[in-house]
Design a protein around this ligand. Structure first.
Ligand code: GRF
Length: 198
């Protein structure tokens, strides 16, 4: 039986689309059961709708973190979600939320972690004079871009590269790495126990 996965987005949702596409394969161990955006106008919400995937906005604006995360947790639980994939989700999750989903949240980050945590990773890789750049899929823990690394893909930085050219080449790798890593994670690891309800 396919494991129900939710993808959390804040914008474009191209990694979300790659996960939806991969999960169409009957042999893929997950199904993308839900897409949630914290931004009502995220382009990825339309993409999900067009792909026939349930999608909703759990807005973060105008409310405190705790009530936003409680609403998020309720929506995920209601939809029977077992695993969460963050894909361009621009909110830091609290220790409370992460504890509820320990070992069940993956993220993709556009750098070779632990290098370049946070934003503007492509410009920072160039400024640092890096020769190799890439992306990382990791488990989410309470520290930002900090959890155990599950997989990485790398590209070479070439003369003349700009943040935009790097972003495009890294993104192409992300679209391959994320679905492959989610599948491997689900196949190789039993789902961790859930903590008792608070
Ligand atoms: C990706 O580069 C991802 O690594 C980062 O945010 C970007 C999201 O892009 N976390 P998209 O919304 O998946 O197109």
């Amino acid at each position: 039986m396919k494991i129900p996965v939710a993808v959390l987005i804040s914008g474009r949702g191209s990694n979300m689309a790659a996960l939806i596409e991969a999960a169409k394969n009957p042999a893929y161990p997950a199904r993308i059961a839900l897409v949630i955006s914290n931004q009502p106008d995220a382009a990825g919400l339309n993409t999900a709708r067009q792909a026939g995937v349930a999608s909703l906005c759990v807005p973060s604006r105008g409310r405190d973190k705790q009530s936003h995360e409680q609403a998020l947790h309720a929506a995920l639980t209601e939809h029977g979600i077992e695993i969460i994939c963050l894909a361009g989700y621009m909110r830091l999750l609290s220790p409370w939320f992460i504890a509820r989903w320990a070992g069940r949240i993956l993220n993709i980050h556009p750098s070779l972690l632990p290098a370049h945590k946070g934003l503007d990773t492509h410009a920072r890789a160039l400024a640092a004079g890096d020769q190799i750049h890439g992306c990382t899929v990791h488990l989410v823990t309470a520290g930002m871009d900090d959890g155990p690394i599950l997989a990485q893909a790398s590209i070479q930085i070439l003369p003349g590269d700009t943040p935009d050219t790097l972003a495009a080449r890294v993104l192409a790798e992300e679209h391959i790495l994320y679905p492959a890593t989610l599948a491997r994670y689900l196949t190789e690891n039993p789902l961790p126990d859930r903590p008792p309800a608070p």
